[in-house]
Design a protein around this ligand. Structure first.
Ligand code: 13P
Length: 258
């Protein structure tokens, strides 16, 4: 299985979000073998986008989640509320949130809340800055992020975990990481996550994110160790997200016939 996660970030009103969700949905029409496509609108548009997605093969994700199921957390949206609105995925620890002050301890609480009950799969984001990569410390840094977020976490049987490797220097820069940089990182992530959590096989997916576009998506997706893509800017353009989903369909069909 390949995943395409569309992170629309702090963009689009309700009507535009519904239109983009409908447009994205068209990319799946008439296809037999399709990736798991998840759209992540802003909280304000979740309810309306949910209606568009009902009885389709596309899933709804949140860009963030509060630190627990419910309670006295002004301005946060908790796990129960995301379940209520029909989310089955939630992005946790995106670097844009970490840069606003989100700490490892908060990320740990969010993950614990998501695994407490219910049915929302976390998409945990990790990735190093340019300075860290230039210093040759990228793997060490990402390993620490994984340990800090996942140690002690109780993940029930048959629950899934998605990790997105998103190097900070590749996000929104037009300069994606290369396959040669991504693949060893993906392999390390898979091993470390399995060692810490026991989650393995089809329950664990390791994605890449950072300046994914129509030109580079196929090259990433055909790598067996890259289970999918977390797409920012390109997911807001209907032609681009279609082409990216199309690449995933092609790769999945080609791999099936091997
Ligand atoms: P871009 O695809 O715009 O680089 O954003 C990546 C990202 O942050 C997705 O979560």
């Amino acid at each position: 299985m390949k995943y395409i996660i569309a992170n629309w970030k702090m963009n689009l009103g309700i009507r535009e979000s519904v239109a983009l969700a409908r447009g994205t949905l068209h990319a799946l029409q008439g296809k037999e073998k399709v990736p798991e496509v998840v759209v992540c609108p802003s909280f304000t548009a979740l309810a309306e986008v949910r209606k568009t997605l009902s009885r389709t093969r596309m899933f709804l994700g949140a860009q963030n989640v509060g630190p627990g199921r419910a309670g006295a957390f002004t301005g946060e949206v908790g796990v129960s509320q995301l379940e209520d609105i029909g989310c089955t995925f939630a992005i946790v620890g995106h670097s844009e949130r970490r840069s606003l002050g989100e700490t490892d301890s908060t990320i740990g609480k969010k993950l614990a809340g998501l695994y407490e009950t219910g049915n929302i799969t976390p998409i945990l984001c990790v990735g190093e800055s340019k300075d860290v990569r230039d210093a040759g410390e990228a793997e060490k840094f990402v390993k620490k992020e994984l340990k800090d977020a996942l140690s002690g976490l109780k993940i029930g049987r048959r629950r899934k975990l998605l990790i997105a490797y998103e190097p900070l220097w590749a996000i929104g820069t037009g300069k994606p990481a290369s396959v040669l940089e991504i693949v060893p990182m993906q392999e390390m992530i898979r091993k470390v996550v399995t060692d810490i959590t026991g989650v393995d096989g089809a329950d664990l997916a390791v994605l890449y994110g950072g300046s994914v576009d129509t030109e580079n998506a196929y090259g990433f997706l055909r790598e067996p160790s890259i289970d999918g893509l977390l797409v920012g800017g390109a997911s807001l353009k209907i032609h681009d997200i279609h082409a990216i989903i199309e690449s995933a369909c092609e790769v999945m069909t080609a791999q099936e016939s091997l």
